[in-house]
Structures are given as C-alpha cells and as structure tokens.
Design a binder for this molecule. Structure first.
Ligand code: AMO
Length: 430
C-alpha cells in the first residue's frame, strides 16, 4: 500500500519488521509506570503496540505522540512484538484525562455515560471495530449492486409529505411552509426506476420514533434498493439473498480482527434463506413454541422465535416473511387479488427484522385506490402519482437499516452503539 508519510510505520506492519528502527505515530491508548520502566500502549489506525521506555515521563491518555525505537520480538507482548523506545515526541498533548477510560469501554456497564461523551469514547476499540465493520458492509452493498448494473442515486431529505406512515415525521419550517425530514427515499427511488431501472441509495433518514427501544434511532443510515422489470417479489428476494450473502462473506474475509474484538461470528450463509408466508409463520410459532401474536404483524418475540426456527430447521440466520396483510403495509405495496394480502415482505436476521420491501404498485389507478383505502390525500403525492401515467415497469425493492444490521451481526445489544453519533428521543448531542 502507498504510504502517505514516508517515514511512518504502522503498528500492523511491526511483526515483519523485527530488528528495524521505526517511527510510529498515534495516541497514548494506555500507560503504566513501574518505577524506572514505563509502558506506553500506542494506538494508530491499524492497531496497538506496546512501547517500552526508561525513566521517561509519559503524557496523559489520548495524547498524540511519535515513538522512535527498535522492534523486538516478545511472546508476552500483545501481538508478539514490542518497541524498545528510544525517543518520544509529543505531537499534541491531552490537557485533561478522558472522561471515561477508553481501554475500559464497556457498553453494558455504562451506556449513558459512554454516549454522553461519545466524541471521545468513540475512539474505543470496540466502537472503532463496529464502525469499521459498518463501513465494510456499506462498501460491499455498493460493490455488489454496482456489479449488477445498479446506479447510485441521491434524493432529497427535505420533503413535502411522508412516504411511510404519518406518525413519526419530523416537521421543519421550510421558508415559512411546513416540510418534513424524509423518513425514507421510497417515492424517489421508485421514480428513479423510470430513469435507470436499477437504483440504490445510501443516506440518512429520519423517524421521530415515539418509543425508546434498543433497535430504533431517530436518524439512521438507510440502505435502499429498487429494481424495475421484475416478474414478482420473488426477484426481490433473490436479489436480497445474493446481496446479504455477499455482504456477510466480505465482512468475514476482511474484518477478522474486528469480529474478534467484539467476540462476534459472521453467519454461515451457505444455505438458502427460507421463505415463509406471514400467516404460516404465525401458526408455526403458535404450534411449535406456544407463542400467539396479536395484531397484524409479528411482535418482537415472534420474530425471535421465527429466527430460532430458521436456524434449527434450515441452518440459516436469515429468513424471509412474505405475503403481509394490507393493513400492515404502506400504500405503495402491490396488493394480491382478494384484497387481504400483499406482495410485501420482510427479511429477518438473527430473529430481528432487518429489511422491509416487496413489489410495488406500478399502475396509476391502483395507486389512487390504495391511497383512498388508507384515507391518504392524493394531492400530497401529486408528482409521484404523475409518474405512473408515464409508463412504469413492474418493480420492487427493499431497505435495510445499516446500524441494525451492524448491531445484529456483531451482537451489539443497543443499536446506538452501531452509529457514531446516535440521535434518539432524548439525545441530540454530541
Ligand atoms: P421500514 O420502515 O420497514 O421500510 O424500514 C426498513 C428498515 O430500516 C430499518 N429501520 C430502522 N433502523 C433504525 N432505527 C429506526 N427507527 C428504524 N426504522 C426502520 C430496519 C427496517 O427493516 N420504504 C420502506 C422500505 C422499502 O419498502 O423499500 C421502509 O422504509 O432495518
């Protein structure tokens, strides 16, 4: 790899540099003073190394330093090598200790404190590992779709109407008029099918979620896909299955240190993802596990049990739930004949919903009917509706929340720790 600063060595290169004199730059991750001998645990973007000094005063945690020294093998040192420090340069001194001890970052123990000081605690190795895996997931998402002739799109986040249900919209004063923060790029990604046939978007969306849960954020990164000229929603499931398999495979290949840091294992994606209609899923859960769900959807416990069934019976951490009833889906979902069910579906990962999607209505008259059924005003969707009078192919798509996906993959108990600066009902800083 090309190095930007010639004389700088990264900690991950040290195993092959035993005997060399190197110059490292990074942060004081930890320090220990045993009288005449001092240990500085140096952190750079590639990892950690122990540097040993004599009669040297080490600066506060998180100070930026440069260490010049000799690389020596040491079985007892983390990583099997350490650096015998010869010179310590102070690049940027920390003037106060960190608000939380970064090496002791523990999400279960003190989540509120960690989030309050997130601008500093986000440097912790677990936080860093989670965000690195997320970046890799997003890169894999783009790579898979680019290779299949999808085009990345960029749609507005200030909108005149909500695309999903109205309840959780954030209102904005838009030049004296009422506007909203986009809940999803749904309507725009469909419109863009008329341009590119196959599109995707990676962008934040906003939901004024009323309840405080460990799986909901007020702002999250939505990974959106839409594809035209499909046969039916089966094509959308095939696409999702291929995509998620590719994303999981890439993380397994490229993120071994991060997975290890978080004691996580990438899922085995060698088997097909089972597909089960919602009503069948509800019966199965009632019969097999004695859990009966009310309402029109699956409750979190039902999702968890269905995830368990998929794992036990099909060796899969993923399962599609298909044929959702109309009452549980937005107006743009393609209805099945008879008026009860739709071609809307969810994908569950490890017992939690990770995507929603399906086939969409592409006929103008049918769209008007679906809006009317839900008592939604057609005027609010004027431009969108207009597009369906200009030739739209059968199409469908889906969206995943990047933080939820990252958290489930890594076993992170709270989705907030899968976003650098989470927003929720009680937090807008840092
Ligand atoms: P839906 O509203 O189900 O569907 O959202 C899709 C996926 O986004 C994630 N998600 C969230 N993640 C974090 N915090 C939240 N508050 C939150 N809400 C949702 C979940 C969910 O599965 N337009 C449709 C998608 C489509 O049909 O293409 C939509 O937005 O992972």
């Amino acid at each position: 790899m090309e190095t930007l600063t010639d004389e700088r060595t990264l900690t991950h290169e040290l195993a092959t540099r035993v005997g060399d004199t190197v110059r490292l730059q990074g942060w004081v991750h930890n320090r220990r003073d045993l009288g005449g001998i001092q240990f500085l645990l140096l952190r750079d973007r590639s990892g950690l190394v122990q540097c040993v000094f004599q009669n040297t005063e080490l600066p506060l945690h998180e100070s930026c330093v440069a260490v010049t020294g000799t690389v020596v093998a040491n079985d007892r040192a983390p990583g099997g090598v350490e650096v015998q420090g010869e010179a310590l340069e102070l690049i940027s001194l920390a003037s106060v200790p960190p608000p939380v001890e970064i090496p002791k970052e523990e999400w279960h123990a003190n989540p509120e404190t960690l989030l309050e000081y997130r601008h500093v605690t986000v440097r912790g190795l677990k936080a860093q590992a989670a965000l690195k895996v997320q970046a890799e997931l997003v890169a894999a998402f783009r790579a898979y779709l680019d290779a299949r002739d999808f085009t990345e799109i960029f749609t507005p986040k200030l909108v005149a109407a909500g695309a999903e249900s109205g309840a959780n919209l954030f209102e904005v004063d838009y030049y004296g008029k009422r506007a909203y923060l986009a809940q999803s790029p749904q309507l725009y990604k469909q419109i863009m099918v008329g341009v590119f046939e196959r599109v995707y978007e990676v962008a934040p969306v906003f939901r004024a979620e009323p309840s405080h849960t460990t799986r909901h954020l007020a702002e999250y990164l939505s990974l959106d896909v839409e594809m035209g000229f499909i046969r039916d929603e089966g094509d959308i499931m095939d696409l999702q299955e291929g995509l998620f398999k590719a994303m999981m495979t890439r993380v397994a290949e490229r993120c071994a240190p991060q997975l290890e840091r978080l004691e996580a294992t990438a899922p085995d994606v060698s088997r097909p993802f089972p597909r089960i209609p919602l009503l069948e899923a509800r019966e199965l859960i009632a019969e097999r596990y004695g859990h009966r769900t009310g309402g029109k959807d699956l409750d979190p416990e039902a999702e968890r049990l269905l995830g368990r069934w998929a794992r036990e019976e099909h060796g899969s951490d993923f399962v599609f739930v298909t044929d959702f009833p109309q009452a549980a889906r937005p107006f743009y979902t393609y209805p099945q004949p008879g008026g009860e069910l739709t071609r809307g579906l969810d994908l569950l990962f490890r017992g939690v919903e990770i995507t929603s999607g399906g086939q969409r209505v592409h006929e103008h008259a049918m769209l008007l009917e679906e809006l009317a059924k839900r008592n939604m005003p057609a005027e609010a969707f004027h431009g969108y509706l207009e597009v369906f009078r200009h030739g739209m192919p059968p199409h469908g798509g889906f969206a995943a929340g990047a933080e939820r996906l990252t958290a489930l993959l890594l076993g992170i108990p709270n989705v907030r720790f899968a976003r650098a600066f989470p927003r929720d009902g009680s937090r807008i800083q840092p």
